[in-house]
Design a protein around this ligand. Sequence first.
Ligand SMILES: Nc1ncnc2c1ncn2[C@@H]1O[C@H](COP(=O)(O)OP(=O)(O)OP(=O)(O)O)[C@@H](O)[C@H]1O
Ligand SMILES: [Mg+2]
Length: 501
Amino acid sequence: MSEELLRVEAISKAFGGVQVLQDVSLLLRSGEVLALVGANGAGKSTLIKVICGAYAADKGTIFIDGQQQNYRNVREAVAAGVSVAHQNNMTISRLTGAQNIELGREPTRFGLIDKRELRRRAEALWRVFDVNIDINAECGDLGPGEQKIVDILKALATDPRILILDEPTATLTLGESKRLFAFIDQLRTKNIGVIFISHHLQEVLDHCDSVVVLKDGRLVHQGVVDNNLTREDIVQMMIGRSVVQEKRASSAVAGETVVSVENLKVGSLHVNRFEAARGEVVGIAGLIGAGQTEFLQCLAGARRPSQAGSVELFAKPGLPKTVGDAVLDGIYSVPADRIHTAIFGALTVEENLSTASLSGLSSKGFISSRTARARAGELISALAIKCAGQDQKVQELSGGNQQKVSFARWLSRPGLSQDSLRNQIFLLDNPTEGVDVGAKAEFYDLIGRLAIRGGTVIVTSAEFTELIAICDRIYCISNSTLSDHFPAVEMTEETLLLKTN
Ligand SMILES: Nc1ncnc2c1ncn2[C@@H]1O[C@H](COP(=O)(O)OP(=O)(O)OP(=O)(O)O)[C@@H](O)[C@H]1O
Ligand SMILES: [Mg+2]
């Protein structure tokens, strides 16, 4: 048994009277990869922030190598050997990858920043991942997976003994995730301890040595990962019930085609042919960054294609010119980068849930606050959004609960309460990113109900099993081209992987 590296003892933390962590203790040994799992809002990120010095605990003690730690901020925790890649992207978009990695620790020569040394160090880390990213590109121009890798390399740049990764794989492609796990294996041999947070429980079973389960701020399990531990066991401990992912029952008859695209080009993606019908859930399978996000943005009026080809939406030629035009045409989107673009962190949960639907809540020009409140309350319970109350600011919610708010926002549109959604198209770009297994099932159910009421859903996902479970048909992007489609019932994760390489 290897040595004890980090011991966390009886940590408690409350925010404004809400107890978020209660007496949490855990042990990490050197060379161990410890998974930390729990439903959205269970307290994982908060615990990490205590361990890395970002938050002071109300109670409890942290030991490294048996020594009690009294660090008061992140800098002191880094000096003690703790480093974190946080859940939210922390890269600064106007700086390059190299500059982000070395931020705050620029090597100096004669008092000036030694650019060559900076570059050399960053490149050494870059090779670790063997990724094809331009180290000198501004991070704002990189894709989400690439920015995440910069974040992880930044955490590694301090030579930590304890590396904490808070949902690193949520935005990574499968290939990038594979490289990350291969790299974590190397860290094991160097006796570095890793705490790994993920909602992808298969990753926990495949790559971690032990697992800690948090539920409502309390530790409910710490144990080894071995053949006796199943995914169902973990789910049961996380949410207190089991969740079976069932194939959605397809809408009996596909209606008429309402989306038809031919010969559209956006970025490096060529959409040869794409169609979607009323009542249909159509998936787009592609590696993250294959162009599916940009394609959905074109349909949503948020981006111009480089070649428009021929497009018909509801038998009307052409793409919407703006997002506002799209909404007027009944085209709603949940964008990929919604934490930055689709929610207002400084506003309350209720305000966020009603901003998409002001017109429907107003009577004679006044917004009925009672209606807004009731509607927000319904959405909070439908999606099990964990918040202290409707007046809590969205930026205070856990990552997964922010995702739920952004998803619920457009559900609050009054048009959606109509019985028929025959003239509505929903563009969902990786809608379940960062969402826990229980809430995922709710999302799938909602997506199915949109289609049953005649809506057209176009959805992407980084998880192919998810596409297979919720879609009628799936289009695959291979070699930068989107044209082949297959009935979801005939697909397996393996076949989709082969078709998208
Ligand atoms: N700064 C804050 N102010 C008030 N409440 C907060 C704050 N930070 C977190 N919380 C609350 O603490 C709880 C736990 O949040 P945390 O981010 O730790 O969850 P999590 O387990 O990481 O969830 P997720 O899987 O969604 O990322 C949530 O209910 C959240 O609303
Ligand atoms: Mg979190």
